[in-house]
Design a protein around this ligand. Structure first.
Ligand code: CP
Ligand code: NVA
Length: 324
């Protein structure tokens, strides 16, 4: 069995992360081969925060695999208030075959997985966004033809997206350089984990307050919103603090000449990124958004497909040259 849940990139081995990317490439290339893989299976989509990409990609993704989804908005469940996480888990496991959840505290996702006997997928918490990182490294692989040894500069808030990029980068032998303002660096435990794993895979993980240092010689320049969902009250203060971290043409020009730009979206044009960068030919943001679909189909297949169905599908053992 591959795994029972998809909660954090840290829960997997480097080989398992590479396997998921291999499968995502295969699903993207041959979608018809998987059109009945999750026939009759239903995925509950629990959203405690807004979403465009996560909602649409999971909804369309499970349909393309032969299954169904049910969207449960914040007002419907009101997790922990109208009903406890335990009770929600115990209800859903009797009616659906998987749960995707986007919420605030990471503990809620861990609790849901501990209580529910069905697979649980982390669709973003305050701490991490693992599905995003899988789509991101799939996109980088498509753009660059390899992953190990590349340098990814993450410029901005040391947030959920930064953490998952650090974890996945460490698993894949990537050099991840984070530039964040003083007090907004990534979590220390996340950094220590990424450094330790990167030491085993040939990658690295560094943190600086200077965006020009992070971006130097980068193959990928990545940014995200300065104010994440749930932090709206801090938006004005953050806008001032983060201004030197804006990815504009001047900062982007310090990266390699063929560096690509990435952003998980939604973007706040004129804040963390300027139009000239996000609309440039070297911006991969929409391919990155599309890849949420393919990466998550691979995750759903590994978690939810019956073994008898898997045996009839093309094998995803063709190791792509992710690690050289
Ligand atoms: N990148 C991302 O997760 O987008 P949504 O918030 O729209 O789902
Ligand atoms: N860091 C952002 C990511 C949105 C996809 C947030 O949590 O709001």
């Amino acid at each position: 069995m591959f795994a029972s849940d998809f909660l954090s990139i840290r829960d997997f081995t480097p080989a398992q992360i590479r396997h998921l990317l291999d499968l995502a490439c295969q699903v993207k290339a041959m979608p018809a081969a998987y059109s009945r893989s999750l026939r009759g299976k239903t995925l509950a989509l629990i959203f405690e925060k807004p979403s465009l990409r996560t909602r649409v990609s999971f909804d369309v993704g499970i349909q393309q695999l032969g299954g169904f989804s049910i969207y449960l908005s914040p007002v419907e469940i009101n997790l922990g208030k109208r009903e406890s996480v335990y009770d929600v888990a115990k209800n859903l496991e009797r009616m659906v075959q998987g749960i995707m959840i986007r919420t605030f505290a990471h503990k809620i996702v861990d609790d849901m997985a501990a209580f529910a006997s069905i697979p649980v997928i982390n669709g973003l918490t305050d701490y991490s966004h693992p599905c995003q990182a899988m789509a991101d490294y799939l996109t980088i692989f498509e753009a660059k033809g390899r992953l190990a040894g590349l340098k990814l500069a993450y410029v901005g808030d040391g947030n959920n997206v930064a953490h998952s990029l650090m974890f996945a980068g460490a698993q894949l032998g990537v050099h991840v350089a984070v530039a964040a303002p003083d007090g907004y660096e990534p979590d220390r435990v996340a950094l220590d984990w990424a450094r330790k794993r990167a030491a085993e895979t040939g990658g690295s993980c560094t943190v600086t307050n200077d965006p020009t240092i992070a971006v130097r010689d980068a193959d990928v320049v990545y940014t995200d919103a300065w104010t994440s969902m749930g932090q709206e009250a801090e938006a004005e203060v953050r806008r001032k603090i983060f201004l030197p971290y804006q990815v504009n043409a001047k900062l982007f020009a310090r990266a390699k000449v063929d560096a690509i730009f990435m952003h998980c979206l939604p973007a706040h044009r004129g804040e963390e990124v300027t139009d000239e960068v996000i609309d440039s030919p070297r911006s991969f943001v929409f391919q990155e958004a599309e890849n949420r679909l393919h990466a998550q189909k691979a995750i759903m297949l590994e978690l939810m497909r019956d073994e008898s169905v898997a045996a009839q599908e093309p094998s995803a053992t063709q190791e792509l040259e992710l690690v050289k």
